[in-house]
Design a protein around this ligand. Structure first.
Ligand code: G3D
Length: 179
């Protein structure tokens, strides 16, 4: 009965589902968050501290925390982990040089006990740019296949046009409704 009630609450929107957006600085986190909200491209400045916004997807509500990605701020990421249901990792698909840093940050973060239950959505952003890596390349480089104990998904997208973002929201909704 309790489980049924929880599922119904997820479908009918009685609960906020906590989501964090992480990724290195300049990956496009803030642009994606505001695309989710407005479906318009916004002028951004580097995230200092965090932005939090509520997004509603067919009555399922997500409280989305955009956490700053500069090196000095990454040490504070774990203070946001508690009760997180979905981690969105935003990757600049043109940034081959720092993909290894992203991989290390991802796997270190997923080892944190507060994130053991969280699903992972990797957004391969900036697909509009020449020479960008494909979602499959990013998936391989981040060794996403090694994540076996939780649901994960990789989605190609372009935050400037919003391409790929509706599919991401659908996946997020399907995850929380499935739980
Ligand atoms: P962050 O929050 O991860 O630090 P931002 O990243 O959202 O501030 O974005 C960093 C820069 O990348 C911004 O450019 C933004 O417009 C750009 N950007 C974000 N997503 C895309 C995308 O899909 N394609 C392209 N071509 N650019 C993108 P500026 O010039 O303002 O620094």
């Amino acid at each position: 009965m309790g489980l049924l009630l929880t599922k119904l609450m997820a479908v009918f929107g009685d609960k906020d589902h906590k989501v964090i957006i992480v990724g290195l600085d300049n990956a496009g986190k803030t642009t994606i968050l505001y695309q989710f909200l407005t479906k318009e491209t916004v002028q951004t400045s580097p995230t200092i501290g965090s932005n939090v916004e509520e997004i509603s997807v067919r009555k399922t509500r997500f409280l989305v925390w955009d956490i700053g990605g500069q090196e000095s701020l990454r040490a504070t990421w774990n203070s946001y982990f508690c009760n997180t249901e979905i981690v969105i990792l935003v990757v600049d698909s043109t940034d081959r040089e720092r993909l290894n840093v992203t991989k290390e940050e991802l796997h270190c973060m997923l080892a944190h006990e507060d994130l053991h239950e969280a699903a992972v959505l990797v957004l391969a952003n900036k697909q509009d740019m020449k020479g960008s890596m494909t979602a499959a390349e990013i998936s391989r480089s981040l060794t996403l296949g090694a994540i076996t104990a939780r649901p994960w998904h990789v989605q190609a997208c372009c935050a400037l046009t919003g391409e790929g973002l509706p599919a991401s929201l659908d996946w997020m909704r399907s995850r929380v409704v499935a739980n």
